[in-house]
Design a binder for this molecule. Sequence first.
Ligand code: GDP
Ligand code: IMO
Ligand code: MG
Length: 421
Amino acid sequence: MDVLLGLQWGDEGKGKVVDVLAPQYDVVARFQGGPNAGHTLEFDGIKHVLHQIPSGIFRENILNIIGNGVVLDPVVLRKEIEGLHKFNIAFKKNLFISKKATIIIPTHKLLDAAYEKSKGDKKIGSTLKGIGPTYQDKIGRVALRVGDILAPDFEEKYNTLVEKHKTILSFYDFDISQLAELEKTFFDAVAFFRTLNLVDSEYEVNDYLASGKKVLAEGAQGSLLDIDFGSYPFVTSSSTMVAGACTGLGVSPSKIGDVFGIFKAYCTRVGSGPFPTELHDATGEAMRKEGNEFGSTTGRPRRCGWIDLPALKYSIMINGVTQLFMMKADVLNIFEEIKICTHYELPDGSKVDRLTYELNDDEVKPVYKTVPGWFTSLAEVNEYEKFPKELRDYVDFLEKELGVPIKMVSVGPDRKQTILR
Ligand code: GDP
Ligand code: IMO
Ligand code: MG
């Protein structure tokens, strides 16, 4: 099983790359996260944003699995499936959902909003899809799982959990007047959910692997949003790193083959939290505009900044990345000069390139190496040899610093705008 992960703060372009790689695989599987993800695919002039459905869904002969580590919102899933109606996808055949995946219920979303509101200006900037409260219930051993919707006592279990949530919501003095309406939509979606292929997906994945078939695990979010290694507390609530693929699918670490690490040629972050190379000036604004950096799930403007090598090195280390893919190189076309953060300067003047515990709260200053930009369009570039020299130098420099080969460079959102090295 190969694993594909975002190495930054999410939105690196995972959806695009999974779509490009999918024909080499038999199975594409999501292992964590949920509707907080927004994975964009572009081909044949159409753009699709997937939230919970794995990005192999447009390929006819690929099985897509939503693994046990995912938190699933039936309402969002139904909308996604209905939105793909015109593509005649055989969902019954091509989409399997783990019975052990956790279900997001309407009050999880209300709790997400209540917790965020109570944090004031310390808010995480959650996507408000109910991710944190649902994982909290999973770990607290009170959550509902997909398999529960098939049991006769599902409503009873649901009501028990909702009562608990209502107590918490009243403590936060949170308005729940919309709950009845949300519940109606939820139960309609649950009825639809029951018609899908609900399985013990750990058997599916391991059977496929045992018969020599190839599985690609599709990460959501990014390593810097990981619950353990991200910029806590400004993180998501799941294990976004390679280990999450093992627990989120039921696959042994010994079965992991390649680990593909995806990064943008610069950095973005949506939501709160530290971002050492963030640009608050016209350069950042230009990056946002050129890269169309607005959230695929929430539409929020993404914060933008130069590439951050200490952060990338950290993500590569904790994941054992074997191949790097650099995305959105074309967005840097507009700059005469490009900056690369190689170190951080601490308040005492010392320089470090490690993401220590203290670093999270320290006001660090990025130390930059400035390199010439290619300052030209990449629209006509269809092979690596045709890259402008400055871009080749940029790739070579990053590769040398990061110590892992950069095997793919993406120069546009379309499937075809992908250059192998
Ligand atoms: P994901 O969450 O990692 O799948 O990434 P998102 O889909 O949230 O965000 C990536 C955005 O960049 C999407 O709008 C993609 O269509 C777009 N994109 C992906 N690769 C490239 C690229 O090489 N160049 C440009 N300009 N856009 C890209
Ligand atoms: P993909 O898979 C970018 C961010 C949110 C917030 C924090 C916690 O498309 O890369 P949550 O809703 O999980 O409680 O939010 O994490 N976040 C993402 N940022 N891409 C994502 O997913 C994200 N999923 C969550 O903005 O800062
Ligand atoms: Mg995204």
